[in-house]
Structures are given as C-alpha cells and as structure tokens.
Ligand binder design. Structure first.
Ligand SMILES: Cc1cc2nc3c(=O)[nH]c(=O)nc-3n(C[C@H](O)[C@H](O)[C@H](O)COP(=O)(O)OP(=O)(O)OC[C@H]3O[C@@H](n4cnc5c(N)ncnc54)[C@H](O)[C@@H]3O)c2cc1C
Ligand SMILES: NC(=O)c1ccc[n+]([C@@H]2O[C@H](COP(=O)([O-])OP(=O)(O)OC[C@H]3O[C@@H](n4cnc5c(N)ncnc54)[C@H](O)[C@@H]3O)[C@@H](O)[C@H]2O)c1
Length: 507
C-alpha cells in the first residue's frame, strides 16, 4: 500500500462510535462546505493533509442551491429569448412568453433539487471526511460540532482551521421586517411560484438579476433604489444601460426612493399583500417583497469569542487568507466571510491559494513565492476581480473603474467604444446596444480595468481579465488580433482609439 493509500485510508469517515468524547485529530479542519470550503479541502487533501469538512446545511453551499446556480438557470432562458428576439427570421417565430413551469424545472435541476449527494460523493472521492452539523471554534485549533441527532463531536487540527462559513442576506433594520415573510435571495432563487406583484428593494446585482427574471416570468416588478442608479460599483454606464432595458421591459424603476416601513395587510399572521411605506409617505402594495440589500458575515455563532475575536464581523485576512488578528497563524478565513470579493470564482481562487499556503506551511517548506502575484498570494483580489451581471444586457467588468483608478492617484486615460459600431455585435443582435471602456495606466502602459455592457458579452470578459492580471503592455495587445467578425473586435476599436489619441468620454 502506498503512502497516499494509507493517508486515504486514514481519512475514511470515522464510525459514529469513534466520536465519543475523545477529540478526533486531523491536520486541517474546514468549517463550511460551500464552493470555497470544498476547494480549500481539496487543496489541503491534495497536499497530503488529513482534512475534515463540517457542514450544517447542504454541501455545495449558497452558490449551488440559493445563489449562482439557480439564479443563472433562471436567467439563461430570459437572455436566450431576448437574444433570439433580436435576430431576424427567428424573432418572428418567438411571440409566446416564456414557459414558466419549464424555466422553474430547469432551475430545480441546476439546484440539484436541493440534494447534495453528488457533492458528498465528490468529497469522498477526494478523500475528505465530512461531518454534518453546526461547527464552532472552541479555543485554538479546536472545533466542536453539534450533530443533527443531538450528539456532539470534537475535532482538533494539527495545522490549520479554515473558516469558510460564507455570508447571509442582510435585511435592513425596518420595524417588523421579520414578521412580513420577506424574500431574500434564497426565496427569490428557489420560489416555486411567480408572484403577481414583486417589489424589489436594492439596486445591486441581486436586485437587477432577480428583477430581470421575475419580470420575464410575468410579474409586475417595482424596483426601489435608494441611490441615484443601479450597479454602483461598476462604471456608471453599466447601471444606466441595465436600467434602460429593465424599464423597457416594463419594470417600474424608482431611484432616490427609500423604504421606511413594511407590513402585511392580513391579521398579523403574515398573510395578505405586503405594503411598503416610502420616504415621502407614499405606499406600495405587492404580493412579495425581495430585500436585495447586501450581505452579512456568517460569523455570529462560530465561537470566535473563544479565541478572542468579536462574533458577527467579517474576518480580516492577509493575502494568503490567514486571519491577521490570530497569533501563530493557524486560522484562515476564505471566501465571502473575509469580505474581499463576494464572488464564487474569487473565493475559489482564494481557496486554491490558502490551501497551497496551508500545505507549504504544514510541510515546513519555506513559501517560495509569497509576494505579489506569487502562488501563495491572492493578489488578484486587489487588482483583477472579474464579475458578470447576467442581465439583459449583460454587464461585465474587471479591475478598476475610471473613478477608482483616478482616486488611486494614478495617471489614467479612459477610452470608450459604442458596441453597436462593432460588426460582430451587429451580426449577433440587430440594433445591438452596449458600450465598452478600458482604463489605461498611462505611466505603466497597461490596463487597470475594463467594462463591457451588451448582450452576450459575459464570455468576452476573460480576455480583459488576462490583460489586467497579466499587466499586458498595450503595445503587445495591439498584436492580439480579434477574429472577424466577432464581438471581440471591440478590442481593436478601443486600441485604435487609444493609439489615435481619441478624446476621453465626457463622463
Ligand atoms: C442570488 C445570488 C447570486 C449569486 N450569483 C453569483 C454568480 O453568478 N457568480 C458568482 O461568482 N457569485 C455569485 N454569488 C455570490 C456567491 O454565491 C458567493 O460568493 C459564494 O457562495 C461564496 O462561497 P462561500 O463558500 O464563501 O460561502 P457559502 O456559499 O455561503 O457557503 C458557506 C457554507 O458554510 C456553511 N456554514 C455556515 N456556518 C456554518 C457552521 N457554523 N457550521 C457548519 N457549516 C456552516 C453554510 O451552510 C454554507 O454551506 C451570488 C450570490 C447570490 C446571493
Ligand atoms: N452575477 C454575480 O456575480 C452575482 C449575482 C448576485 C450576487 N452576487 C454577489 O452577491 C453579493 C450580494 O448582492 P446584493 O445585490 O445583495 O448586494 P450589493 O451590495 O450588490 O447591493 C446591495 C444594494 O442594496 C442597497 N441597500 C443596502 N442597504 C439598503 C437599505 N437599507 N435600503 C435600501 N437599499 C439598501 C445598496 O445601496 C445596493 O444597491 C454581491 O456582493 C455580489 O457580488 C454576484
């Protein structure tokens, strides 16, 4: 039997009787089996470390069952239909609305019908032990798990504990909000019915994606945004183009509107329509209200107080995802819970890095490349975070916006391009509407950021991510020739304008 076979045998799930009072020792304990926890465990297990993962709900986490997967499965039929309706010869045959039951069934399939057997099988195949239950830190390197059957297991970690407990929807502090059965992203992504009237509070990513879905499924949707526009972390034109499209689709979009009260009209039992009071005194009645008002860390009940940290806060980490306030470097916090970038792909990137760092430190190998852009440093979190908002049009960005780049004190030049002028875009969709922007570091001659808005541009984003993360000189990008006639030719238009010294966009 090889050493790795022996390690794998060591990591076979322990029979319950072994659980008694005696702490079970592992090299690494991962708390939370969302996409990020799974990837940390995968990397530490691959590094030959005996790894156990603790999960209180479903292996796969928010992303698989109540976030990325179901939301994108709901959105894809919407954007596919919208795209097809912009193609002559197809649109004439596309007069019927979406088949709601088929869309919801597609969503159910992508959420694996809220069963995690597939993910559990994968854990087993990777040699990772699973303990189901609520885990809490219980002093340095110790985790206690309350099991679903009322029992308890105690785990200790020789090398590291990785907190990957993610985030939950944050509700605004409105009196009575918890008595009106509000929707959060969980209900919006898993609902089996389409409300006749849906009010959406918030102007961020969840708000615009879910407004897109429910409007296309037939709901009368009102979006209440307290600020002046949508998607305020992206370039302003992204929110403007998405707002225009939502409005054209029939969404009642109200900016500069805050909600000051919420109640149900029934007998105090949570029944009846929901009524929102708006600043200024107006009221809005709907059948459901979705609060898409950001996220809170799932750290309030994980025993942080037993190691001298405050519960309920985001955990601050260094670039290898080690919690900075904990001595001896045994505690890591990876994914949403560290608040660096609340995105699955970025959390999984951190997981690969944290897993490698835990492995290197456990084996006593001096970290060879812990500096910026090295294998043990999540540098992209600061410079090259990509995100696609899957609305119609899609909005995609990486790196810094023009405003953020200027705030950073760099000498910056901004170039914009109307996507409608790109031949490949016109072929993709008649009357293609969209815009692209690059933000150039004038002193270093490479891209700091890029934003694309338009149908089907999500797949374009990775080209920009490579350019930003790779700090590819613009002179060399000039030789990266986009195929004709693809939407990617927008790169050529942007670089031509940059070389020709085109005037900067007004905004
Ligand atoms: C509606 C919506 C759509 C999204 N769409 C996208 C998208 O398209 N692309 C994208 O990149 N990102 C998207 N995101 C963000 C993405 O879902 C998160 O960034 C991602 O899920 C974070 O992964 P995580 O593993 O850090 O946390 P989670 O996925 O939240 O997983 C944490 C896990 O820890 C478990 N846990 C918590 N506490 C304990 C405990 N005490 N003991 C045991 N287990 C515990 C939880 O049950 C959960 O399974 C979306 C988010 C939302 C809300
Ligand atoms: N396609 C994707 O990549 C995708 C999709 C969905 C969610 N996500 C991730 O999930 C996270 C959560 O998304 P989100 O939309 O909930 O958060 P968000 O931070 O993107 O947007 C929150 C919105 O709610 C508003 N808001 C906050 N408090 C409010 C209050 N009290 N009253 C009224 N408005 C209020 C904010 O102004 C903002 O418009 C995001 O960070 C995002 O990265 C990603």
């Amino acid at each position: 039997m090889s050493a790795s076979d022996e390690q794998r045998r060591d990591r076979e799930p322990r029979p319950d009787e072994a659980a008694a009072d005696r702490p079970e020792e592992y090299d690494v304990i991962v708390l939370g089996a969302g996409p990020v926890g799974e990837n940390v465990a995968d990397r530490t297990s691959a590094a030959g470390l005996a790894t156990v993962i603790v999960e209180s709900e479903l292996v796969g986490g928010e992303c698989s069952y109540w976030a990325c997967m179901p939301s994108k499965a709901l959105l894809r039929p919407v954007t596919a239909r919208a795209d097809a309706r912009r193609v002559p010869g197809v649109r004439e045959r596309l007069t019927a609305p979406l088949e709601v039951s088929a869309v919801l069934a597609h969503r159910d399939a992508y959420a694996s019908h809220w069963h995690d057997d597939g993910q559990v099988d994968w854990l087993k195949s990777a040699g990772i032990d699973l303990v189901r239950g609520r885990g809490r830190l219980d002093g340095p390197r110790r985790v206690t798990v309350d099991l679903p059957d009322g029992g308890r297991r105690q785990l200790t970690a020789r090398h590291a504990v990785a907190v990957c407990t993610g985030s939950r929807a944050a509700l605004p502090p409105l009196p009575g909000v918890d008595r009106v059965r509000p929707w959060t992203s969980r209900e919006a992504t898993s609902s089996r019915t389409v409300p006749r009237r849906l009010a959406v509070v918030g102007g961020g990513v969840v708000a615009v994606e879910m407004a897109t879905v429910y409007r296309a499924l037939g709901a009368a949707v009102t979006v209440l945004v307290r600020g002046s526009g949508l998607l305020d972390r992206m370039e302003p034109f992204a929110g403007e183009l998405v707002a225009r499209s939502l409005t054209e689709a029939g969404v009642d979009l109200r900016t500069g509107t805050s909600v000051t009260g919420v109640r149900r009209t029934g007998d105090g039992d949570g029944s009846g329509p929901v009524v929102l009071t708006l600043d200024g005194g107006d009221e809005l009645e709907a059948d459901e209200v979705l609060f898409a008002t950001g996220r809170a860390p799932r750290t309030e009940d994980i025993g942080l107080e037993t190691i001298g940290l405050s519960p309920g806060r985001w955990l601050e980490v260094d670039d290898s995802c080690r919690v900075t306030q904990v001595p001896d470097g045994w505690l890591y916090a990876v994914g949403d819970v560290n608040h660096r970038a609340l995105l699955t792909h970025q959390g999984k990137y951190q997981a690969r890095i944290a897993g490698a760092a835990i492995g290197a430190r456990a084996h006593g190998t001096p970290p060879p490349d812990a500096g910026p852009w090295g294998a043990l440093s999540a540098t992209a979190d600061h410079a090259a975070v990509p995100q696609v908002v899957f609305t119609d049009p899609e909005a995609a960005s990486v790196g810094l916006t023009a405003a953020r780049a200027r705030e950073s004190g760099r000498r910056v030049r901004v170039v914009d391009q109307d996507m409608g002028q790109v031949a490949g875009a016109g072929l993709y969709a008649e009357g293609y509407r969209g815009r692209a922007r690059i933000v150039v570091d004038e002193d270093r001659g490479h891209l700091l950021g890029a934003t694309f808005v338009g149908p089907g541009i999500g797949e374009l984003l990775h080209s920009a991510t490579v350019a930003v993360a790779g700090e590819v000189p613009l002179d060399r990008l000039w030789h990266a020739v986009p195929a004709y006639p693809t939407i990617s030719e927008v790169w050529l238009r942007l670089l031509e304008k940059y070389r020709d010294g085109a005037a900067e966009p007004a905004e």
